[in-house]
Design a protein around this ligand. Structure first.
Ligand code: 8YV
Length: 315
């Protein structure tokens, strides 16, 4: 009888992350659903917990290969890749890694806003190309401090972004399911109204079906020619076709984007846009935070396997 209570699923795991999980629990690794399907019945039956990383969909068909699975521990706060409903009906718990990444994601959102407004990408190239040395100055750009920002989704990460921007003396507007206790900040019950009131629109929504194209073509149009869109959530939360068109036609001023539909195969039209700062979904990508996420994932797995309370359950 095999005794490998942990299945590590996802090619996204680094060697170090896999080693740490394997050092804590006897484990078997699979890059994908198909790799699980070819494991012996005995091996599949011994799996009680699954460590998941990545954005490939994980649904009931995979869960059904593992008859004794009790936990799916996600590496990441967003768990839109996991079909939680399928897990719940099978009595499988799901956990994620909230909070430990808020600072990094909020930092990157603000960093992209400044980089876009102050034309930092071109500024860097300007110095390196020697243009500055020959006396040519970078064209003047745009002041960010003191302007108006709209946060779409005032959850934990949205809140951390807003707190940072308040220190930049920005006028904070937001849209959320309900009005929050945030004196001085302006609530909007819909995204179009929010977009029409602000210079910067920062998307901090959860992913998944319910928020698909939540920032619509109409909202992008409402932002207007001085508008800058920043997205650190999921590519799916905005109408990407409308966003590309708006950036190409300069009907908005620019964007700072860490997430895309179909990433990492980013729509190639983005490559030509000099009004957009593009990042490779690296919001949580610091050594410190990725370590904290890995530790929280492992702590949930250990809790499940030792029969104690899960730290961060989502169902
Ligand atoms: C990913 C993220 O988890 O936490 C999230 O929701 O999007 C990221 O931190 C990370 O890219 C690993 O897949």
């Amino acid at each position: 009888m095999t005794d490998t209570p942990l299945l590590i699923l996802g090619a996204a795991f680094s060697d170090e992350e896999r080693d740490r999980l394997e050092a804590a629990h006897s484990a078997v690794y699979a890059a994908s659903h198909d790799d699980i399907a070819v494991l012996s019945e005995d091996s599949r039956a011994s799996v009680k917990a699954l460590a998941f990383k990545g954005h490939n969909p994980l649904g009931g068909a995979t869960m059904d290969l593992l008859p004794n699975l009790g936990l799916i521990a996600n590496y990441g706060v967003g768990y839109d890749a996991i079909n939680v409903e399928d897990a719940s009906v099978r009595g499988i718990k799901v956990t994620n890694t909230p909070d430990v990444l808020n600072d990094d994601v909020a930092d990157l959102a603000v960093g992209m806003m400044i980089a876009q407004s102050r034309n930092m990408v071109e500024g860097d190239a300007w110095v390196r190309s020697g243009k500055w040395a020959t006396g040519e100055n970078l064209p003047l750009n745009r002041k960010m401090s003191g302007s108006t920002v709209g946060i779409v989704g005032l959850g934990r990460i949205g809140r951390d972004i807003a707190d940072r921007l308040a220190a930049f003396k920005m006028d904070i507007h937001y849209h959320a399911r309900s009005e929050k206790e945030t004196p001085g900040w302006t609530f909007h019950s819909d995204v179009v109204s929010l977009a029409s009131a602000v210079d910067y629109l920062v998307i901090a929504l959860v992913g998944g079906k319910a928020t698909e194209k939540y920032v619509s073509r109409e909202a992008i149009a409402a932002l207007g020619p001085r508008g800058v869109i920043v997205n650190i959530s999921r590519g799916s939360t905005i109408d990407e076709e409308a966003l590309i068109e708006a950036l190409e036609n300069n009907t908005i001023a620019g964007a700072g984007l860490d997430v895309f539909n179909d990433e990492p195969k980013v729509d190639e039209r983005f490559y030509a846009l000099d009004n957009a700062v593009l990042q490779p979904h690296q919001g949580s990508g610091t050594v410190e935070t990725r370590r904290a996420m890995a530790e929280l994932q492992l702590a949930n797995i250990t809790a499940h396997l030792s029969g104690t309370d899960l730290l961060t359950p989502v169902n």
